[in-house]
Design a protein around this ligand. Structure first.
Ligand code: PMP
Length: 302
């Protein structure tokens, strides 16, 4: 029987939990943590590329914005969090992969009052990453708009990257039911907000468009990086409200996210986008994006 070499078989993932590294099996939190009871907490999904943590400072900055919006006091400084993320990668000997950084409201009572939770918990998981198959990037993805509306900016603002993802999960279930992997979520005005775990872009006559944050989108780090790449490459871009009409008539479309990077979309709601193949501007932007991952971010192993 083929088996893993001994040294790999023995390797146990180390999870950062409130200032300590614990084995994966011991990485547990209280059943009274309001992150579990109410989805009261925040998180970041971050990539490691080529021995660097990509855009780590931007992710930490967004985490603090999410915390501020929820009046959640992170019991560490941004600099300490940067170091803790780097240490978690080192503890797991990882140079490539994915980091999940979570801050929960912490242990409280069964009541929902956050004042009963004296100490937020910080969890950092560094792991390898399961990517979409290559064919998704070379042939493009098929997606659909779904009935579940994106959260109102005046209720749980989608700009807050909170542990409460039920809005997105409902939309993902609807996507699954019709056999596609991602869903476009509209806001209550019928404008495109974003996908369940990615931001949306279209290309029309050589110009790049993505919905504004006010439409109900996350302030995506990949979104920002792609907009920066477009600026450097001289591709004009804008952030207008977009309708399904704009998507159906676009020349190209793609999604952006930390895990997905840039995924071309070739069919939406059964309608072919552009000529049904990943477009040339998408390809140029993806190449530029991948180039930035080579030299942007904090170095893990000196
Ligand atoms: N929108 C949602 C709802 C997300 O969860 C994410 C992250 N997976 C994104 C957009 C993309 O953001 P980023 O590029 O920062 O990963």
């Amino acid at each position: 029987m083929w088996c893993l070499p001994y040294r790999f078989a023995q390797e146990v993932m180390k999870v950062y939990l409130d200032g300590q590294f614990v084995d994966e099996a011991d990485a547990k939190i209280s059943v009274f943590d309001h992150g579990l009871l109410y989805g009261d907490g925040i998180f970041e999904g971050i990539r490691m590329y080529h021995n660097r943590i990509f855009k780590l400072r931007e992710h930490i900055e967004r985490l603090y914005w999410s915390a501020k919006a929820l009046l959640l006091e992170i019991p560490m400084t941004p600099a300490e969090l940067v170091e803790a993320c780097l240490e978690t990668c080192r503890a797991n000997n990882l140079r490539e992969g994915y980091i999940r950084l979570i801050v929960t409201r912490g242990k409280g009572t069964l009541g929902l009052d956050p004042r009963r939770c004296p100490k937020p918990s910080i969890i950092i998981i560094a792991a390898t990453i399961q990517l979409y198959p290559d064919a998704v990037y070379s042939e493009g993805m098929t997606i659909a708009t779904v009935p579940t509306t994106r959260n109102l900016v005046n209720s749980v603002n989608p700009a807050i990257k909170s542990l409460n993802y039920l809005n997105n999960i409902l939309a993902r279930i609807e996507a699954n039911l019709i056999g596609v992997e991602e869903a476009i979520m509209l806001n209550t005005d019928g404008f495109v907000a974003e996908c369940t775990g990615d931001n949306v872009f279209i290309v029309q006559k050589g110009r790049l468009f993505t919905p504004p944050l006010s439409a109900g989108a996350l302030y995506g780090i990949t979104r920002n990086t792609v907009l920066d790449c477009a600026r450097v490459m001289g591709i004009p871009s804008g952030e207008p409200n977009l309708t399904r009409y704009d998507i159906y008539t676009a020349d190209e479309m793609f999604l952006t996210g930390t895990a997905a990077e840039m995924v071309p979309v070739v069919k939406v709601d059964g309608r072919v986008i552009g000529d049904g193949r990943p477009g040339p501007i998408t390809a140029r932007l993806l190449a530029a994006f991948r180039e930035t991952t080579r030299h942007d971010g904090e170095i893990i192993f000196a």
